[in-house]
Design a protein around this ligand. Structure first.
Ligand code: AMP
Length: 292
């Protein structure tokens, strides 16, 4: 596995590989790699012939009060994990190369970036769309691999790619969970042992929402109230519980055919997000067990 810091080297290598007819897969991450990230690398390994993983903690997607400075980081362990999972290239650009002095250009996907996570974290998706657009320019992959864990991000980036006519496919991979249902996240490291024991309430709440849909409940508000109650009972502080249309991320009184139930909740120092998708009565929880 080659570790690349220089944007010029990344571009040159990508050109070289494409010229040889390789199919490039790209997995962008912020590091602190866990089984969720590794599942994307494994999938990219199977679906493409060369896999580029990026690690970049993107300052533009963090708010002033957020955890940019304390975001977990372990470069040596990440490099080893990425290599073992099958990455061919680890691209690790410096912030000054991504946002050099005088940098002024940002990408905003209107409408999709200001609800749910975007309402809780103003400017977050402008930062996400900008960095992904820039990384796609450098890496020039054939396929971009994203996690369902960040459902809104996937919807928004799909729209950006379509609107800006970028020549890349997207594949969204299922959420990898701990055995008790907690979605894997770099931010789970912030939980104390006592908080960690309460954290599975998030997925339990989402499953309760799915069960309500399966029983025939069609009121978005009733489903959201039920999920919220499960979180509150476990003494989590829900920031939002959204029951929205998967395509436009907007709420509807009656359930649309493809529904995203998405949650953000605070638990101690951690702010955790998770979601499930329910399609016209059929359930796709996106649950894949991590290998032990
Ligand atoms: P992050 O490092 O949090 O920016 O995440 C990098 C990529 O990994 C994004 O596409 C995430 O959606 C994906 N990801 C994060 N956690 C998980 C998980 N538990 N299961 C699957 N994909 C994940």
């Amino acid at each position: 596995m080659e570790i690349i810091g220089s944007p010029e080297r990344m571009r040159a290598l990508s050109r070289e590989l494409r010229a040889k007819g390789e199919r490039l897969g790209f997995v962008p991450t912020m590091g602190a790699l866990h089984e969720g990230h590794l599942s994307l690398i494994h999938r990219a390994r199977r679906a493409t012939s060369r896999v580029v993983v990026s690690i970049f903690v993107n300052p533009a997607q963090f708010g002033p009060q957020e955890d940019f400075r304390s975001y977990p980081s372990n470069p040596e362990r990440d490099a080893e994990r990425a290599r073992l999972a099958g990455a061919d290239v680890l691209y690790n650009p410096a912030a000054r190369d991504v946002y050099p002095p005088g940098y002024r250009t940002y990408v905003a996907v209107e409408g999709l970036g200001t609800t749910l996570e975007g309402a809780s974290r103003p400017g977050h998706f402008r930062g996400v769309a900008t960095v992904v657009a820039k990384l796609l320019g450098r890496v020039a992959p054939h396929v971009l691999f994203l996690g369902q864990k960040d459902a809104q991000q996937a919807v928004l980036l799909r729209k950006m790619i379509r609107d800006l006519e970028m020549d890349v496919e997207i594949e969204v991979c299922p959420t990898v969970r701990e055995d008790d249902g907690l979605a894997m996240s770099s931010r789970n490291a912030y939980l104390t042992p006592a908080e960690r024991r309460r954290a599975p309430a998030i997925y339990a709440g989402l499953r309760a929402g799915v069960a309500a849909v399966e029983r025939g409940e069609r009121s978005s508000a009733a489903i959201a109230a039920l999920v919220r109650a499960r979180l509150v009972r476990a003494r989590l502080q829900p920031e939002y519980v959204a029951v929205v249309d998967l395509t436009d991320l907007l709420p509807h009184d009656r359930l649309p055919p493809a529904v995203l139930i998405a949650v953000a909740a605070r638990l101690g120092r951690a702010r955790l997000i998770d979601n499930v998708i329910v399609r016209s009565g059929r359930v796709r929880r996106g649950a894949v067990r991590a290998r032990a």
